[in-house]
Structures are given as structure tokens and as C-alpha cells.
Design a protein around this ligand. Structure first.
Ligand code: ADP
Ligand code: ADP
Length: 224
């Protein structure tokens, strides 16, 4: 699978030029988008996630025109915004079962098997009956991935995932992403160099809306 972004530009109504001719080629695996606050990461992530329009340029995911075929894109996309809300009074199992039902899986046994698999995969099985409001930051992030996985996504976009996580939680989250990222595209947007150097096969550095550097993290960051 390949996501090809060509000469993407975006200026907000107040005149802020958030993306300037951004071109990137992203293959299956983990891709890191590294840049300081205000660099344009969220603007790019939201555009790929079909949540906002670009002024010019194109995004293709294999044969899919991302900027035009929003419905198709949303069917295969998992998007984890920086601050993602959960229903605090529901348990992990209740919430995931509810989403599986919304997806049209009407047989209870089938939902149970799917939800149990995902809970195991995200290491949340032993807290499945805990209320989401009681989850730690790391557990919430993993729950976000669990929720995304229910849709069997081909592309997952994660915005600033490890901000505020302690080192153990961060490690656990990294391991989870690495496992999933073997088969699909995961784009990780972050200002933390280690998130990218630990995890990503390919990366780009973005600054003031422009791509400054792209390539393999170890080679690219040598000397930074
Ligand atoms: P990052 O995610 O790297 O922090 P953003 O994409 O959020 O960067 O922001 C890029 C630039 O665009 C910043 O200068 C930011 O203030 C500006 N910006 C982001 N969203 C909007 C918006 N809705 N309206 C106006 N300016 C915005
Ligand atoms: P992030 O850190 O995820 O990029 P921001 O703090 O930049 O988030 O933006 C939070 C929200 O505020 C977003 O919906 C963004 O579109 C909006 N926003 C960000 N910067 C501006 C701005 N300069 N003017 C108007 N809206 C903005």
C-alpha cells in the first residue's frame, strides 16, 4: 500500500500558511512526521483524515483519491486525535461491543470474539470491565487503538500519542504500534525525536509548513 501526497498546500482564512507544497510518499509500516508545535502536523493529519480541505495538491492511497472519496477513506481509516474523548461511565468491553454493533455485527458471539481479540492485542484484557474514566493516559491511548482496530483499518493516523505518558506506558504503546504497523500504514505525528527514531522506518521533518528532510530516521537524524 502507498500513500502519495503531492504539492499539498493550505492557508487558513486568517492568512496562516500551514502547509506549503508538501510532498511525501508513505509505504506500509510506520512513518514518523516530526516537527515542533505549529509546524503543520495536525493540519496535514486532518487533511489526510478527510476532516479538512486543502487548497491545492493531491493525496492518493493506492487508487483512492483521498480528497474526493471521503466516504471510502473513512471506511479504512483509524484516526486518533491528540485529545480523544471516551465515555467515562462505560467499561472498555461495553464501549467496544457497542462499536462492533454499530458496525453491523449482530451476532453476540461474533462480537465477543472480535472484542476479546482486540482487547488481548492491545493488552487491555485484564482491565476490560474497568470504567474508561478510570483509565490512565497510557490505557486510554491503547483503548484508542483498540477502537480504531475494530474497523479493520488500512491506515492509522496517530497525533502526538506519547505526550504525557510515563516511560513504561510509552514502551507498551510503542510495542503495540510496531506490531500493528507490520501490515498497514501508521502515520505518527510527534515532536518527540525518540518516538520516530525508536519506531519508524521512514520519516519526514516538517517546519513552518514545509518538509525539510525525508528518509530513514537513523541516517536522517545522524548529527542532529
Ligand atoms: P502542529 O500540529 O505541528 O502543531 P498545526 O497544523 O496545528 O501544527 O498548525 C500549523 C499552523 O497553522 C500554526 O501556525 C497554527 O496556529 C495554524 N493553525 C492551525 N489550525 C488553524 C486554524 N483552524 N485556523 C487558523 N490557523 C490555524
Ligand atoms: P494541535 O496541537 O493538535 O495542532 P492546536 O492547538 O494547534 O492543536 O489546535 C487546536 C484547535 O484550534 C484546532 O481545531 C485548530 O484548527 C484550531 N487552531 C489552532 N490554531 C489556530 C489559530 N491560530 N486560529 C484559529 N484556530 C486555531
Amino acid at each position: 500500500m502507498k500513500l502519495i501526497i503531492e504539492r499539498l498546500s493550505k492557508t487558513y482564512p486568517n492568512g496562516t500558511q500551514a502547509l506549503k507544497n508538501v510532498s511525501l510518499e508513505i509505504s506500509t509500516g510506520m512513518f514518523g512526521l516530526l516537527g515542533p508545535n505549529g509546524a503543520g502536523k495536525s493540519s496535514l493529519m486532518r487533511t489526510i483524515a478527510t476532516l479538512q480541505e486543502a487548497d491545492s495538491g493531491s493525496i492518493m492511497l493506492d487508487d483512492m483519491n483521498v480528497l474526493k472519496e471521503k466516504k471510502r477513506v473513512r471506511e479504512i481509516l483509524g484516526y486518533l486525535p491528540q485529545e480523544f474523548g471516551v465515555y467515562p461511565k462505560m467499561t472498555a468491553v461495553e464501549m467496544l461491543d457497542h462499536f462492533a454493533l454499530l458496525k453491523g455485527i449482530s451476532k453476540k458471539n461474533q462480537r465477543r470474539e472480535l472484542v476479546d481479540n482486540i482487547l488481548n492485542q492491545t493488552n487491555l484484557y485484564n482491565v476490560r470491565h474497568k470504567k474508561l474514566g478510570k483509565f490512565s493516559g497510557g490505557m486510554k491511548q491503547r483503548f484508542g487503538i483498540a477502537q480504531a482496530l475494530l474497523g479493520d483499518p488500512k491506515l492509522i493516523i496517530v497525533d502526538e500519542p506519547t505526550a504525557g505518558l510515563d516511560p513504561a506506558e510509552r514502551n507498551r504503546f510503542h510495542n503495540l504500534l510496531s506490531e500493528i504497523g507490520e501490515h498497514i500504514i501508521i502515520i505518527l505525528s510527534t515532536h518527540i525525536v525518540e518516538d520516530v527514531s525508536d519506531l519508524c522506518q521512514e520519516m519526514a521533518i516538517i517546519h513552518r509548513g514545509e518538509v525539510l528532510l525525508k528518509g530513514n530516521p537513523l541516517e536522517s537524524m545522524h548529527g542532529i
